[in-house]
Design a protein around this ligand. Structure first.
Ligand code: HEC
Length: 187
């Protein structure tokens, strides 16, 4: 083989190699394009998904409902009345304390609710309604008569209803001495 031959053959093979190289490059480009396409599609789908998730994540906590706090107050009041019915002074004192603390929490959370001056009404109507029962416990303890205790409890329940009327809430609280709780109220 002469140099010319090898040149020729080189020249001869060059286009084939070039074609192969170009084909390879083309295939690689095609593969890369496909890959890019898949990645981009994936990214778009993910973006779309996170777009649908975004509003959920950015949703603010739902507004606090006064009714939920009232339900808890109702539980304390019911348990207070069951403790009074069972002449269990320490337990009644516990629920009296919890009721007043809960009312104060309501005052902080709901200075106003749907246009009603809740904090003010609690000051004017509710807090002082516990004073009679509190005094009975402090002064007479277990010696307080059933009538005295019943009357003091009625004062509290009347305050609940006075406030419901003042704030246009169609809720009427009524004493109920049946025990629905998994709890013994006896001393
Ligand atoms: C500040 C005045 C006020 C006082 C005092 C008050 N409430 Fe309410 N209560 C409301 C308002 C206003 C609503 C209606 C809330 C709403 O519209 O979401 C309500 C709703 C309720 C509800 C309805 C929620 C439910 O679970 O069905 C109950 C029960 C309730 N109160 C119990 C009581 C009890 C028991 C007391 C007394 C120990 C009391 N409340 C004292 C203002 C008051």
């Amino acid at each position: 083989m002469t140099t010319a031959d090898s040149n020729e053959s080189l020249n001869g093979t060059n286009p084939t190699i070039m074609t192969r190289i170009i084909t390879r490059i083309f295939h690689c480009a095609l593969a890369a394009g496909c890959f890019l396409g898949i990645v981009l599609t994936g990214a778009t789908v993910c973006a779309a998904k996170s777009e649908t998730r975004a509003p959920l994540l950015s949703l603010q906590a739902p507004p606090v409902e006064l009714a939920e706090y009232m339900t808890q107050l109702q539980v304390y009041t019911h348990k207070l009345s069951l403790s009074v019915a069972a002449s269990n002074v320490p337990l009644a004192q516990f629920y009296l304390h919890e009721s007043v603390a809960h009312l104060k929490r309501i005052q902080e959370l709901f200075p106003e609710y749907e246009g009603q001056p809740i904090a003010l009404l609690i000051d004017r109507l509710a807090i002082e309604s516990y004073e009679l029962l509190n005094t009975l416990f402090a002064e007479e303890g277990a010696e307080a008569s059933k009538d005295e205790l019943d009357h003091a409890l009625e004062v509290i329940i009347n305050a609940c209803n006075a406030c419901h009327i003042s704030s246009n809430a169609p809720i009427r609280i009524q004493r109920n001495d049946t025990n629905p709780y998994m709890q013994d109220f006896n001393p």
